[in-house]
Ligand binder design. Structure first.
Ligand code: KIV
Length: 272
């Protein structure tokens, strides 16, 4: 199938806006290292997110809170080196933008200068508006993130679906308009009822990218290790896996161990 935007040599925020206008869905995945990012870019994925989910899948933390700006910059630099086409968005980690817009701008500038990424993403609505506005004044594109915002896990106390009650849903709709009016180029909607995500998508002109937010959004995002079946303990309802790479890797390693132990590797052709 031919897609409207397949021929672009570089995905920009304007390309994403056009995709929303023309009804072409946006495909986004996470990456944290050069090799995976290179593979992703060869598939013509639209957006690569260097997510702070690196705290979980790369570093083994229980939450995304511990990851630092320095660590995110290392992951993002490796990803940017691999990418020619996709738009690269980097998550601003917990504690680098909340409550202090000058610090937010300094953090965003470090990400853009040191990694060469195209945009930053941060979690929250009106409560982080000042930070968003200040970052935007430096010409740095900002992607918002509403619904389940994992950096606030200690406030929520659970990773359950958000905004199922009317007052939280109304607040989310308000925040979506705040992000749009502030000048965000897109927003992630995480783990909210599909009907609510549909309403937000209808009401705002910027693209919405869902994760656990149903089909009536402008695009989808998943964590790469989750969709490849590498993170085997994490199976939320919204997750579709496109492979059993966790099992495949373990089987390959078992075969290698067996070959080494049984003196099957290397053979005569595999030596000098
Ligand atoms: O950090 C991340 O991977 C994310 C996505 C789940 C949207 O924020």
């Amino acid at each position: 199938m031919a897609y409207l935007q397949t021929d672009v040599t570089k995905v920009t925020t304007r390309v994403l806006q056009n995709m929303k206008l023309h009804g072409e869905k946006i495909a986004m995945l996470t990456a944290y290292d050069y090799s995976m990012a290179k593979l992703l870019d060869s598939t013509k994925i639209d957006v690569v997110l260097v997510g702070d989910s690196a705290a979980n899948v790369m570093e083994g933390h229980k939450t995304t809170l511990p990851i630092t700006l320095d660590e995110m910059i290392v992951y993002a630099t490796s990803v940017v080196r691999a990418i020619d086409r996709a738009l690269v968005v980097v998550d601003m980690p917990f504690g680098t933008y909340q409550g202090n817009s000058k610090q937010a701008l300094a953090s965003a500038i470090r990400i853009m200068k040191e990694t060469g990424a195209d945009a930053v993403k941060l979690e929250g609505g009106e409560e982080v508006l000042e930070s968003i506005c200040r970052i935007l004044t430096a010409g740095i594109p900002v992607m918002g993130h509403l619904g389940l915002t994992p950096q606030s896990i200690n406030k929520f106390g659970t990773y359950a679906v958000r905004a199922t009650e009317e007052d939280e849903a109304e607040r989310l709709i308000h925040d979506a308009h705040v992000l749009e009016q502030a000048g965000c180029f897109a927003m992630v909607l995480e783990k909210i009822p599909a009907k609510l995500a549909e309403r937000v998508t209808r009401e705002v002109k910027i693209p919405t990218i869902g994760i656990g937010a149903g089909a009536a959004v402008d695009g989808q995002v998943l964590v790469l290790q989750d969709m490849l079946g590498i993170t085997q303990q994490f199976k939320p309802r919204y997750l579709r896996t496109y492979g059993t790479f966790g099992d495949d890797i373990a089987n390959a390693v078992r075969q290698y161990i067996s070959d080494v132990k049984q003196r099957n590797f290397p053979n005569e052709k595999e030596q000098y």
